[in-house]
Design a protein around this ligand. Structure first.
Ligand code: SF4
Length: 219
């Protein structure tokens, strides 16, 4: 799970707790014996959290406890949502639930994955060659983007449906070597720089394009 895919803790918790099968989660207390897990009566409900014992828990006990809990998680109907909750981040961008087993993962496993992910370098995005960028549809979407902001208006001006227009805008963003979060203006600016649009085609947007203005002034 990459960091960009991690949910905020509130959303992740809501997704988990409002899941129609949450009540059937494996670690819920058994209705006949609340001391054991509903998913496996041989596993105590305390198996998902490290016990608070003097001197800490013996390693062999910890391994046994965790393995039993994880086996129940694997059969749990909300394992996917629980795993997402375990990976979710708080407002400070840290793991929201740093303790216990969630979604079949120990706290240590979740922490290691989080650290590994933070150390990963972002992939270098290479701009695509002209032949991929200068398709009729992409150029039509770019020209429409130069004039319109609303997705419906862009699609209509480009002569495609909204979904196609959005898809082509997303492809253009990537193929121009921009981050996925690039704004419309950044896409247009990159398109001008690549020669996909003329400066005159984005004339109405010039005040938004400092580098285009510089280029034009230098011409
Ligand atoms: S995945 Fe494991 S920790 Fe999460 S709800 Fe199910 S049994 Fe409980």
């Amino acid at each position: 799970m990459t960091q960009s895919k991690r949910l905020g803790s509130y959303t992740a918790r809501q997704n988990l707790m409002t899941h129609p099968r949450y009540r059937y989660r494996g670690c819920a207390p058994d209705v006949d014996d609340p001391a054991v897990a509903a998913g496996d009566n041989s596993v105590p409900v305390t198996a998902w959290e490290a016990p608070d014992v003097d001197g800490g828990e013996a390693q062999a006990d910890r391994v046994r406890r965790q393995e039993a809990a994880i086996e129940v998680c694997v059969e749990c109907p909300v394992m996917v949502q629980c795993m997402a909750y375990g990976a979710s981040l708080n407002a400070a961008g840290r793991l929201a639930v740093p303790h216990g087993i969630l979604g079949g993962l120990t706290a240590l496993e979740r922490h290691k994955a989080f650290v590994r992910e933070r150390q990963e370098k972002p992939a270098v995005v290479e701009p695509a060659p002209d032949v991929q960028l200068k398709t009729e549809q992409k150029l039509a979407v770019l020209r429409a983007l130069a004039v319109h902001e609303a997705p419906e208006a862009v699609a209509a001006a480009a002569g495609v449906d909204v979904r196609t227009a959005q898809w082509q805008r997303s492809r253009l963003t990537t193929q121009l070597g921009l981050p996925k979060t690039a704004t419309r203006v950044q896409v247009l600016e990159a398109a001008v720089a690549r020669g996909l649009l003329e400066v005159g085609e984005v004339a109405g947007q010039l005040s938004l394009f400092p580098s285009v203005l510089v280029l034009e002034a230098a011409a």
